[in-house]
Design a protein around this ligand. Structure first.
Ligand code: C5P
Length: 219
């Protein structure tokens, strides 16, 4: 691993799940430990980047040398990302953003009754797709966690969201644990990596993205 491959670069990342309020004490969420995003934030900082980590609720400490911004909902995450974006060279969306949020969260705790209950949901903005579609977009990296057909979904997402690079994994391989099996997808195709600790994979992801970044401003 070549150190300081990201010296002089600003990297903004999202990590963890988002929590979408149903009422003051309840929320819908995705399961995400935040471990991959935090490992990647650590690797970017060690590679010399200025790092802003926009994090949903996780049980992890902020990595050394990283500015962490805590958020709960997708809308808060989107606002924090856009605040951090000026002068960013790289945006990495690792967060498992909830695709929907309750349309009208209740102001007070919902009391139970014996009846069935419906919660109306409205789609959340796709933060990564929005960042990647800006005319002044930084180099954007996406993540895809799939339960099947990884290659097809990963390449589809990379193209739909207009990303130069995407990291794919199968949910069963990575969820919650310290190791993962991933493949990197870019314009040149698919690059599978051997199963390894998330900290090691984070270094390989940084190495790959540093190779793809335009040379201007490097080292
Ligand atoms: O489409 P899917 O949610 O699987 O795409 C995953 C990628 O898109 C991840 O990089 C994730 O952080 C990002 N994403 C986002 N905002 C959303 C949904 C996904 O930034 N609302």
């Amino acid at each position: 691993f070549t150190p300081k491959r990201l010296a002089g670069r600003k990297v903004v990342l999202t990590a963890g799940p988002t929590f979408e309020a149903v009422d003051p004490v309840r929320a819908i969420t995705n399961t995400s430990s935040g471990k991959m995003g935090y490992a990647l934030a650590t690797a970017c900082a060690r590679a010399g980047a200025e790092v802003v980590l926009v994090s949903g609720p996780v049980a992890l400490a902020a990595p050394a040398g990283v500015l962490r911004v805590d958020v709960r909902s997708a809308l808060e995450m989107r606002a924090a990302v856009f605040d951090a974006l000026p002068a960013a060279d790289v945006f990495i969306g690792v967060a498992a953003v909830a695709d929907y949020r309750p349309l009208q969260p209740a102001e007070h705790k919902i009391k139970k009754s014996g009846d069935t209950m419906r919660i109306e949901l409205t789609p959340n903005p796709d933060i990564l797709a929005e960042v990647a579609s800006r005319p002044d977009a930084p180099f954007c990296v996406g993540f895809a966690a799939e339960s099947r057909d990884l290659d097809a979904y990963a390449e589809g997402k990379r193209k739909n969201k207009k990303l130069p690079m995407l990291v794919g994994n199968l949910v069963a391989d990575g969820m919650g644990g310290d190791d993962n099996t991933i493949a990197l997808y870019d314009e040149r195709g698919r690059h599978p990596l051997p199963r390894a600790a998330k900290s090691m994979l984070a270094q390989e992801i940084v190495e790959h993205l540093a190779n793809l970044l335009a040379p201007a401003g490097r080292e």
